[in-house]
Design a protein around this ligand. Structure first.
Ligand code: NAD
Length: 333
């Protein structure tokens, strides 16, 4: 059988580490990567040289006007997700959009509306949704009551990305990175958030001037009565728990997700654990949001993290940030 992406043409916009990863993944799935766009000519040209392709450009409009392109892979700094995703949808392109979908919920809703109006497929790259261990948790604990999610990483991991701490194009640790955890909590609780509480601190002296917390502790109340806690910090990674860590309880069963979301350990279930690293290579390779996007295009189905899902995660992040800044609980939009 030909690879799933055969016959589709793609372009990457944002040719940094994530964008180049998308080019490599796209080629491995059989997509032809035609165009490389970046605000920096060098970055676009370097990627074109590395992966081949017809052109490199600093003009995203060239990609949008290119009728040969079916899929746009957007991996820029966060401020550009909003205008680029809207332009891609209006040009009739299917979209893989990096997380966070946008910096604000209002922007994310505009993207979702543009995607729905154009009838294109869009997947937000909240990639842990498709991780085999996560899918097993969702299957075995479909109605959790209580959960805890955390992102705990070392400060040095983001040293090469000072833009993450800028208001203009980054938005701080919570929306830049912990958005994965927030999205997973929503996915596993299978519910919409109602209200949040949070407190934040800034411990590091390398966090820019915006006051985004490098340690935030929050509470999320879900509409159906479930409750979650969340920790977002770059004050150190615990190798036992891993950078990404979740616990879920449903009153009878429990699940613990660790090892960078590769592993789920269960109690009260027939299954003791799932470890994705023990699964066949092909299963691991297919656990990717780009595969999910191509399947959605081919079957005219929905994606595993559509634009409304992405917008909801942004809404929760915005509310947690506001709660930490003001010291008052916030209603999630
Ligand atoms: N899903 C994941 O697990 C994951 C992992 C890493 C990064 N990311 C996301 O991928 C995106 C890119 O991150 P990165 O680590 O590759 O950053 P990076 O800084 O390495 O690369 C970003 C590139 O985008 C370009 N760019 C920025 N604004 C632009 C604009 N307006 N138009 C065109 N190009 C623009 C920059 O010049 C740069 O080359 C971010 O959204 C980030 O959060 C996701």
């Amino acid at each position: 059988m030909p690879p799933i992406g055969c016959g589709f043409k793609a372009a990457v916009i944002g040719c940094g580490s994530a964008g180049r990863g998308h080019a490599e993944k796209a080629q491995s799935l059989g997509l032809e990567v035609v165009g490389f766009g970046d605000q920096l000519e060098d970055a676009a040209e370097r990627a074109r040289t590395e992966f081949g392709g017809r052109y490199a450009t600093t003009d995203a409009g060239r990609i949008m006007r290119d009728d040969s392109i079916d899929v746009v892979l957007i991996a820029t700094h966060h401020d550009a997700h909003h205008p680029l995703a809207i332009a891609a949808a209006e040009a009739g392109k299917h979209i893989l959009l990096e997380k966070p979908m946008c910096l604000t919920y209002a922007q994310a809703v505009e993207v979702a509306e543009a995607v729905e109006k154009a009838g294109v497929k869009c997947v937000i790259n909240c990639k842990f949704r498709i991780a085999p261990a996560v899918r097993k948790v969702r299957q075995l604990l479909p109605r959790p009551r209580v959960s805890h999610g955390q992102l705990a990483m070392s400060e040095s991991e983001n040293i090469g990305n000072p833009w993450l701490w800028r208001a203009d194009d980054g938005g701080g640790l919570l929306i830049s990175t912990t958005v994965h955890t927030i999205d997973l909590l929503g996915y596993l609780m299978d519910d919409a958030a109602d209200r949040v509480y949070a407190e934040g601190r800034v411990f590091g002296d390398n966090k820019g001037s915006e006051g985004y917390p490098d340690a935030l502790v929050g509470t999320i109340l879900w509409k159906n009565g479930g409750i979650s806690t969340v920790i977002s910090t770059d004050q150190g990674e615990n190798p036992l728990a891993s950078k990404w860590f979740l616990e879920i309880w449903d009153g009878e069963r429990t699940a613990v997700l660790s090892a960078h979301m590769n592993r789920a350990d269960f109690s009260g279930c027939d299954v003791g654990y799932v470890d994705a690293r023990e699964l066949p290579r092909e299963t691991q390779d297919n656990a990717a949001m780009m595969v999910n996007l191509i399947e959605a295009i081919r079957t005219d189905g929905d994606t595993l993290c559509n634009a409304r899902d992405g917008a909801h995660a942004v809404a929760i992040c915005n509310a947690l940030d506001a709660a930490a800044r003001t010291g008052t609980p916030q209603t999630v939009q």
